[in-house]
Every structure is written in structure tokens, then in C-alpha cells.
Design a protein around this ligand. Structure first.
Ligand code: AMP
Length: 547
């Protein structure tokens, strides 16, 4: 017997319709590429997204066609988010930090038909345009006054002219909620990038889940500033969640330095932000150097890579900003876990609570997880034993776009598919998951595993260390030993021996790194994560060469 409820497909356009109807006057503030601060509302967002949907139709975009963006976080980007997905096309956010070869591979693989870009990326678009035969229209996301006088991009269109030429009458089409809505490629370190193709249903369910109090706890009273780019797994879902909850949204545009961010935090009354650990280093450096405080920000989401506990302490103890440590993946839309204490943990000591918070956290409803041995046997949730983390759920991929790389899932005894995350983790009896490493970054010393994240976190707690990566270096006796690659804070003095001595009493002796290399900078990937494979290529033989 079926239930007798209405059939109401979970479509992304419904988020916008809700925002317009119930939070029409809520503000959207953007720092623009043109240099100024722009203000609009959800009501205007909805009207302009409808105009853009008409424009897309006029450009010949059909249901299922891919519409690409190369853009910072901003209101025009948000309009394209809703116009493309809402009208049945697939939004494809390209990461401008990728190498042009990788970028053109991805755009060609996706067969992008229209490419929207911020003026910042004009040189990049000029460099790749000739290599993108499927792209029929290039649109500069600006007004007539700021259009480039001469450009090598063929038939360059002006965003504002497209919007102004259209009516704001457009009825969002109704279709199957399983239809594709957006596409993100993983910036894999080996092999070609692979596409995660989200659906309307997966996106809306993910939005419900991340808004929950034990997840990112979003409300209409919030002012959200996503530092995480809209080209990094849809800014972790915040552009959708802002419409669902009616929160004010503040877009930093290209201004990701500490000073620009701080000005927006304070000027716009931001209550919540989100980003990878490396971006917060710049902000905290600026705030510290100028002896500033946050007057409205109460919490920040940190994920994408492990949040060093030292950074968490600085945010919480010094600035009163609570850190929500979250874990996820492109293949998971992306949120999987968030570290929020349970009621039963409220009597733990401050330090015990902090240790729980440092973990990657509990699964949000909609994500099922387990850890398994190399043979696929489930590992106990005792907080000690570790194994590969596997996940499943309605916003986890079942396969990659165009079947790239074959079937990614591993079947369990009952024939259910699980997605292997490639992360090595333990889960404690309360369900808090803790990642010790990416499986490819684990250091195997004499047959035993050493987790590089723990070793990096200790180095990051040293007052002279700005950034630290720990890699597996080849070793004659132990096969591999930990080697630290460290960037010192400007003007600070620190020797190899001092840093090694800092590990004493903080970790098992045999986990202590064998050596330290001081460098000017650690290479970062397109989403701000440390490129440890690059460091391994460079320093992986250092211990065998020096012995
Ligand atoms: P991506 O799909 O590029 O966002 O990368 C996903 C990967 O980032 C995960 O599989 C983890 O290895 C890593 N990651 C994401 N969040 C965290 C976190 N909070 N702690 C440790 N690693 C993380």
C-alpha cells in the first residue's frame, strides 16, 4: 500500500522559489571582481535567475546540457547556479586553479556548451578557448562598461546584456528529481580527473542534512560567508542551504586575503564561515598581527583536510569562535561527518571535549559508514582499530560521469554497494570518526602504520611553525620513515633538533620524524590542500641519500 502524500519532486528550483517567497528581502552581499561591494536580495536573485534561464534557452541550452562556470563566489555565480540547474541543464563548476591542460581536458570531457567566466579569468579562457570545440558561447560575467575592448575569445557575450534582454517571466520546469543537476570533477593526484554528477534529489537531501543543528546548524538569523569556493564541491552546499534557510549570504569574490575577509566579517555581521585550514592561516595571521577580534562570528566550518588542533584552539580560546570540524569528499556532495558533541559528553572535562571535537565527527543522517580491513572485514568501533573508511547514502556517487574508471563501489555480503573513500580511519563507540591518513599518505615503518596527520598536528602546535607536511621517506632498514617538511613563521628561529625534541612525550618514540626539511612554501593543490605527492617526489629519497 502506498502512502497518500503529494508527489512533489525535490528540485533545486524549489529552494529558490522558497527563498523568494519567504525571505525575499534577505540580503546577498558580494565583493565584485570590478572592485566594489554589491548588494542584492533573494527576490532579485530569483528574478535575475529566471531572466538568465530565458537567456540560456535562447542560447540553445537544452535539458541535460552542461553549463560551465569559471568564477569566484559572487551573486552572478549564484544566479547561474539556479538558472542552469533550475531549467534542467547541468551546472559544471570549473576550478580556475587547475593547469590549463587539465581544465580543457575536464571541459571537453564534460562537453560544456556554454562557459561563464569572471573577468579575472579572461587570460585563462583566452588560452584554452580554441581547445574547447563543444563550447558554443563564452559569457563574461560583467556589464557592458567593463567588457574587454578586444579579446581573443570568439563571440564573447556580456552577462548583464543577456540578463537585461530577457523577461523575468519563466516557469521553472518540473521533472524527475533524479535528473542530473550539477557536475564536479575530483582533482585526483593520479590519473584523469573524474566527474561526480549530482542529482536534484541528492542535492536537496544533502541541503536538508547540512542545515540540521548537529550538522552545520544553519538558520535564517545566520550571516554566512563561504570562503570555500563555489567551484569546490558547490561551496560545500552552502549556496543551496542559504536559500533553504533564508540566511544572509556574503560572497568574498577574489578577496581571500586576511584583510579583505576580516573587513567583510565585521562589516556584514558574519556569524558563520567555512573553508579549508590553509585559508584560515592567512586570516588568523592578519587578525593576530593587528590585535583584532571577531565581534559577530560565532563559528566556522573547517574541512577539506584535517584541522590542526592548534588552529582550533586559537579560534576557540583566543577568539571565541567555535570550530565545526567536518569531513567529506567531492563524491559525497560533500558532507559526511561533523564533529559536534553529544549530550552524553557534556560532562567531560574541557580537554576531553576538545579531543572529541578534533576528530572528523559523527555521520550526518543520510550517510552510513564503516571501516574495513584489507580483506573487507568490518573493524570494531572502539576508537583504536583503524581501517579503510567506506560510505553509502543518497548523496554518495554510484558511479563516475561517463562510467570513468569502472564501477567504483565495493559490494558487501548482502550485495549493497559501498564507496571506498581512500581514507584510513577509526570510529569510537560514540560514532566519532577520526582520520589518521589518506591510504596513499600512510607511512609504513617496519610493517607498522604511522599516521602523518598526527605528526603534522604536533608540528603545527609549535609556535614557530606556519605549515607542516609529513611524508613517507624511503628508509634502508624500516622501508619508510616519517620526514617533516616545514615552513617557519616569518622571522622565527627554529632548528631541526629543536623541532624533533618537541615530539618528546607527545607521541610514541618510534613515531618521531627522522628528519626535518625547512622550505619557503609547501605546494598546494587547486582546492588548497598540501600536495604531498609532489613533496614525496622531491624529498622521498632524502633519508637513504643522507645515510
Ligand atoms: P576532495 O574530494 O578533493 O574534497 O577530497 C576529499 C578528501 O579530503 C577526503 O577523502 C579526505 O582525505 C580529505 N578530507 C576532507 N576533509 C577532511 C578532514 N576534516 N580531515 C582530514 N581529511 C579530510
Amino acid at each position: 500500500m502506498n502512502g497518500l502524500m503529494m508527489q512533489w519532486p525535490l528540485l533545486i528550483s524549489s529552494l529558490l522559489v522558497h527563498a523568494e517567497r519567504h525571505h525575499g528581502e534577505q540580503e546577498i552581499v558580494s565583493r565584485r571582481v570590478e572592485g566594489d561591494i554589491h548588494r542584492t536580495t533573494f527576490r532579485q536573485l530569483a528574478a535575475r535567475a529566471r531572466r538568465m534561464a530565458n537567456a540560456l534557452a535562447r542560447l540553445g541550452v537544452k535539458s541535460g546540457d552542461r553549463v560551465a562556470t569559471l568564477a569566484w563566489n559572487g551573486y552572478r555565480h549564484l544566479e547561474v547556479y539556479y538558472a542552469a540547474s533550475g531549467s534542467g541543464a547541468v551546472l559544471h563548476t570549473l576550478n580556475p586553479r587547475l593547469h590549463p591542460d587539465q581544465l580543457s581536458y575536464i571541459a571537453n570531457h564534460a562537453e560544456d556548451k556554454v562557459l561563464f567566466f569572471d573577468l579575472t579569468f579572461l587570460p585563462l579562457v583566452e588560452a584554452v578557448a580554441a581547445r574547447l570545440p563543444a563550447v558554443k558561447h563564452f559569457v563574461a560575467m560583467t556589464d557592458r562598461a567593463h567588457m574587454p575592448a578586444a579579446s581573443k575569445v570568439p563571440n564573447l557575450l556580456c552577462y548583464e546584456e543577456l540578463v537585461e534582454a530577457e523577461s523575468d517571466a519563466f516557469a521553472w520546469p518540473e521533472f524527475d528529481e533524479n535528473q542530473a543537476s550539477s557536475l564536479c570533477y575530483t582533482s585526483g593526484t593520479t590519473g584523469n580527473p573524474k566527474g561526480a554528477l549530482y542529482s536534484h534529489r541528492s542535492t536537496v537531501l544533502h541541503t536538508f542534512a547540512i542545515a540540521l543543528p548537529d550538522a552545520l546548524s544553519l538558520a535564517s538569523r545566520d550571516v554566512i560567508l563561504p570562503v570555500v569556493p563555489m567551484f569546490h564541491v558547490n561551496a560545500w552546499g552552502l549556496p543551496y542551504a542559504a536559500c533553504m534557510t533564508g540566511a544572509k549570504i556574503v560572497f568574498p569574490g577574489p578577496g581571500l586575503d586576511g584583510k579583505s575577509l576580516y573587513e567583510l566579517f565585521e562589516g556584514e555581521g558574519v556569524t558563520l564561515s567555512a573553508g579549508v585550514p590553509t585559508v584560515w592561516q592567512g586570516l588568523l595571521g592578519y587578525v593576530d598581527a593587528n590585535d583584532l577580534r571577531f565581534s559577530t562570528m560565532t563559528r566556522t566550518i573547517i574541512g577539506g583536510s584535517a584541522c590542526p588542533p592548534a588552529m582550533m584552539r586559537t579560534f576557540q580560546d583566543r577568539y571565541g569562535v567555535k570550530v565545526l570540524h567536518a569531513w567529506g569528499m567531492t563524491e559525497m556532495s560533500p558532507v559526511g561527518t561533523v564533529s559536534i558533541l553529544k549530550g552524553s559528553q557534556k560532562n567531560l572535562s574541557g580537554e576531553e571535549q576538545f579531543q572529541v571535537q578534533c576528530k572528523q565527527g559523527r555521520a550526518v543522517y543520510g550517510v552510513d559508514m564503516k571501516i574495513v580491513t584489507g580483506q573487507g572485514e568490518e573493524v570494531a568501533w572502539d576508537g583504536k582499530a583503524s581501517g579503510e573508511l567506506m560510505v553509502r547514502g543518497p548523496w554518495v556517487i554510484a558511479e563516475y560521469f561517463k562510467g570513468e574508471g569502472g564501477d567504483p563501489l565495493v559490494k558487501d555480503g548482502e550485495g549493497r554497494g559501498w564507496f571506498p573513500t581512500g581514507d584510513v580511519a577509526s570510529i569510537d563507540p560514540d560514532g566519532f570518526m577520526q582520520i589518521t591518513d589518506r591510504s596513499k599518505d600512510v607511512i609504513k615503518s617496519g610493517g607498522e602504520w604511522i599516521g602523518s596527520i598526527d605528526l603534522e598536528n604536533i608540528a603545527m602546535a609549535h609556535p614557530c611553525v606556519a605549515m607542516a607536511a609529513c611524508i613517507a621517506a624511503e628508509h634502508k632498514k624500516w622501508d619508510e620513515r616519517p620526514l617533516l617538511v616545514v615552513v617557519k613563521k616569518p622571522g622565527s628561529e627554529l632548528t631541526r633538533d629543536e623541532l624533533i625534541a618537541f615530539y618528546e612525550g607527545r607521541i610514541a618514540k618510534w613515531w618521531t620524524p627522522d628528519d626535518v626539511v625547512f622550505v619557503e612554501a609547501i605546494p598546494l593543490g587547486a582546492t588548497g590542500k598540501m600536495l604531498k605527492n609532489r613533496l614525496r617526489e622531491q624529498y622521498g629519497k632524502r633519508l637513504v641519500e643522507s645515510s
